[in-house]
Design a protein. Structure first.
Length: 61
């Protein structure tokens, strides 16, 4: 494990979660609101559901 960086070990979802927490910490420290919130997550969830439906049915909306 000698010489590895955090990016070598923490990949995929774990690095994404860490980045969100770091962004949230910056927002709290700076009084900003730049970290994506629940509305962003809900939008992405609906988008993924539509893509999955289009892949299943062959119909795009």
């Amino acid at each position: 494990m000698h010489g590895l960086t955090a990016a070598d070990i923490w990949t995929g979802a774990s690095i994404n979660v860490g980045e969100v927490y770091a962004g949230l910490a910056r927002d709290i420290t700076n009084g900003t609101h730049r970290t994506p919130g629940l509305q962003h997550a809900a939008h992405n969830s609906r988008l993924i559901a539509r893509v999955e439906q289009a892949a299943r049915t062959g119909v795009r909306h």
